[in-house]
Design a protein around this ligand. Structure first.
Ligand SMILES: CC/C=C\CC(=O)SCCNC(=O)CCNC(=O)[C@H](O)C(C)(C)COP(=O)(O)OP(=O)(O)OC[C@H]1O[C@@H](n2cnc3c(N)ncnc32)[C@H](O)[C@@H]1OP(=O)(O)O
Length: 719
């Protein structure tokens, strides 16, 4: 797990070896302890280089070991021994030096990095802090403000930035280990007193309390209830105000609280869930490791509305040649200006040239004859989309993949319009498509493994977290969201206000409450869909009760607001009021409160007191129940898929893992009991009825989330 050799006569070379990222497992730590002892005890060795096998220095502590009984030598004394060594210790950093990996490097006396290496202390993203001395050494090395930035955000820096900050001593474009060995030879025998970071005084900051308070406030605002970023500020403050040994005590204390927290468990689950979803498998048996994606030389986007523009930008930024199509020259030119602006802004931010030359613009579908993949992003209208699919089928060369960007329309119906339904998949992007990380790749019963693999790989190339999901109304994300927003409206009918509901949801950790999101995205979007579904508008059957549709409770509140022209931010009025159309700051609206009172009076509803707990239980448990149904139906392969969709696409707080993980944290028995309670109180809301899988899991003793797949498999085999 750590190999030792002597090279160039007098350099001891220690190579960490634990693929794929050389994580510091118990065996690796033992290996380091043993090999360091060997190197230090070898009289021929005058200096030591530590490197990692296969082009990566070290991805940090082995996250899989967290939460298990600790075995093997601990990191802190191991790093301390390295720092105290009387022979120069040099870290040769290739690939990544992250978390415990960077802390190990900070214990060395010198750090040489390859120009492509990335360094960082991302512990905060796992609900932890750099507790192997990182929170105490980094501020001593690079100063408190820079250390606060790196440690509270967990961001990775390039080798160039690391050099500028003073984290590394040298950057090389050549073989890193060779450069480090050369360097080690040059410093052999030199005094090391000035190279032990733990002995450095923390660089002076004029008002450290004010600085930390300022950062603390920022962190509190952006953390949405996450505790690790706050502990990170406290740990760095300790480095700035206490001697090293006391600072280390503080680091340990803070880590003890975080290490066993539910948030750390949720964030670590989320880390692995994000990786698990890339290993997709679908009911046909096709899977990620047996399906070969098609090479994509040229792709196309049809429809340059908001979504089409964002998708085009993301494709061009991923380096793919794109041809875009709009119906009229005027719209095409407008879109071209908007897309170019977006690319220019993005390039400026990233300090690169804008990939404007990757995109060509056309009003002629015939220009798509030679593309390998098309993303149709026209208006969300089945008739129009079907027409476009028929046209594409006629124009495109055989083998072209046809993808539809829809947020919920039936992908199979569209596939039936194509000559090759096996080459059709849904690609559900989230607005703004060049920013949002999530992509739902929707497969139908006929989708070929190659089509799914290609869409998944394209998503990855575009920097998305892609999740393969089955075809059903709303797919995974919007199908669950419907239940969440529906409960929120019911709560208004029963006595809540948008302010109260949103406050509960924001305190839970969502960046925005349900009604604020609705105002932001526009109430008219859902209204149009409900009118098409004959749930709202003139097509509702006469004599139909306002509050019942298809035998179930229905809330017409959003429809009534739309009828008043209250579409949200764009009209300056919605669930809230804004200072002007397009205004962003939501203010409570007395008109709305009065409107709700009148509505209740008209329908004989008596407002009752509703507290935050009920808001959360009704909105979140209804959504979770639907998540279980989705698993039952086989639309998502596992709870991780649902959780990743919610964290990356719907603002679910990452430190709560995702809705399905959260249900396990709350306790499945409790979720079941509350759903039963609410279903009894609202028998006209069938979605509150606990589903079979939830009952089955509770009957099986509520196994942890990673064991659910087993129960789901058994359930499917009995169907
Ligand atoms: C006292 C506490 C002291 C220290 C605390 C820590 O050190 S906490 C750990 C801090 N480190 C990190 O957060 C780094 C996590 N890893 C990454 O960011 C990326 O994996 C990395 C290293 C940049 C490589 O990215 P890449 O895209 O190349 O690979 P991928 O992410 O898919 O990972 C490949 C497989 O390796 C597994 N893995 C990665 N890091 C760790 C780790 N630290 N511990 C355990 N396992 C790790 C990852 O799950 C993948 O596994 P697979 O089974 O192939 O899906």
């Amino acid at each position: 797990m750590a190999q030792y050799s002597r090279i160039s006569g007098s350099v001891g070379l220690i190579t960490l070896s634990n693929p794929p990222v050389n994580a510091l497992s118990a065996a690796v730590r033992q290996g380091i302890v043993d090999t360091v002892e060997k190197a230090l005890g070898d009289p021929q060795v005058k200096s030591v280089v530590i490197c990692g096998q296969d082009g990566i220095f070290c991805g940090g502590a082995d996250i899989k070991e967290f939460g298990k009984n600790m075995s093997g030598p601990p990191l802190i004394p191991m790093i301390h021994t390295i720092e105290c060594a009387t022979k120069p210790m040099v870290a040769a950093i290739e690939g990544s030096a992250l978390g415990g990996g960077l802390e190990l490097a900070l214990g060395c006396h010198y750090r040489i990095a390859h120009s492509k290496a990335r360094l960082g202390l991302p512990e905060v993203t796992l609900g932890l802090l750099p507790a192997a001395g990182g929170s105490q050494r980094l501020p001593r090395l690079i100063g408190v403000p820079a250390a606060l930035d790196l440690i509270t955000t967990g961001r990775h820096v390039t080798a160039a930035e690391a050099l500028q900050l003073g984290i590394v001593d040298q950057v090389t474009d050549h073989a890193t280990v060779d450069a480090a060995v050369k360097f080690a030879l040059s410093v052999a025998g030199k005094p090391l007193d000035t190279r032990r970071i733990s002995t450095y005084p923390c660089p002076h900051v004029s008002d450290v309390d004010a600085l930390c308070e300022n950062v603390m406030q920022k962190v509190r605002k952006s953390a949405h209830g996450a505790i690790a970023p706050i502990a990170c500020v406290q740990a760095v403050r300790a480095a700035a105000t206490l001697p090293y040994t006391q600072g280390m005590e503080r680091e340990k204390e803070l880590m003890a609280t975080l290490y066993t927290s539910g948030q750390a468990r949720a964030l670590q689950y989320s880390f692995f869930a994000q990786r698990a979803v890339s290993k997709w498998r679908i009911p046909s048996g096709a899977r990620w490791d047996t399906s070969t994606p098609r090479p994509l030389h040229k792709v196309a986007v049809i429809g340059l509305g908001t979504m089409g523009r964002g998708i085009t930008v993301a494709l061009a930024q991923a380096g793919l040649p794109v041809i875009t199509v709009e119906t009229h020259e005027k719209q095409l030119m407008e879109a071209k200006r908007a897309v170019s602006d977006m690319l220019n802004r993005g390039a400026k931010r990233r300090g690169v040239a804008p990939p404007l030359d990757k995109i060509s613009y056309s009003c002629n579908l015939q220009d798509l004859a030679d593309v390998d993949l098309v993303i149709e992003a026209v208006f969300e209208d089945m008739t129009l989309k079907k027409k476009v699919f028929r046209q594409l089928s006629a124009v495109c060369k055989p083998g072209t993949l046809l993808c539809t960007n829809t947020s919920g329309l039936d992908v199979d119906q569209l596939a039936s319009q194509s000559r090759n339904p096996e080459l059709v998949v849904g690609m559900h992007f989230f607005a703004p498509a060049h920013v949002m990380k999530l992509l739902e790749v929707v497969y139908g019963p006929q989708s070929s493994p190659q089509a799914v693999a290609t869409a998944m790989q394209l998503g990855k190339k575009m920097g998305k977290v892609s999740v393969a999901v089955g075809n059903c109304r709303g797919f995974v994300g919007n199908r669950m969201l419907k239940l969440y927003t529906e409960q929120a409206s019911f709560l208004l009918e029963e006595g809540a206000t948008p302010d109260l509901v949103d406050q509960a949801i924001e305190e839970f950790g969502f960046p925005m409450g349900v009604f604020k999101v609705s105002d932001l995205s526009g109430l008219d979007v859902g209204w149009r869909i409900r009118k098409e579904e004959k749930l709202a508008g003139l097509s509702v059957a006469s004599g139909q009760s306002t509050r019942i549709r298809e035998g179930r409770r229905y809330s017409p509140l959003a429809d009534l607001l739309c009828e008043q022209g209250r579409f949200g931010q764009k009209t300056g009025r919605g669930w809230y009021q804004y200072d002007k159309p397009g205004g962003r700051v939501a203010r409570s609206d007395p008109w709305l409160h009065h409107f709700l009172e009148e509505y209740r009076a008209q329908h004989g509803l008596v407002a009752r007191h509703i507290d935050h707990q009920e808001v959360l239980e009704r909105c979140l448990y209804a959504m979770i129940n639907e998540g279980f149904r989705i698993l039952e139906d086989g639309i998502a392969a596992g709870p991780e898929d649902i959780d990743v969709i919610y964290v990356f696409g719907y603002g679910w707080p990452r430190h709560r893992g995702g809705p399905m993980f959260y249900s396990g944290m709350v306790g499945l028995e409790k979720v079941l009991e509350r759903l039963e309670h609410y279903y009894q109180a609202h028998p006209d809301v069938p979605h509150l009825q606990p589903c079979r899988l939830l009952r089955r899991l509770v009957a099986r003793g509520s196994p942890p989330v990673h064991k659910w797949r087993e129960v789901i498999k058994n359930l499917h085999s009995q169907l």
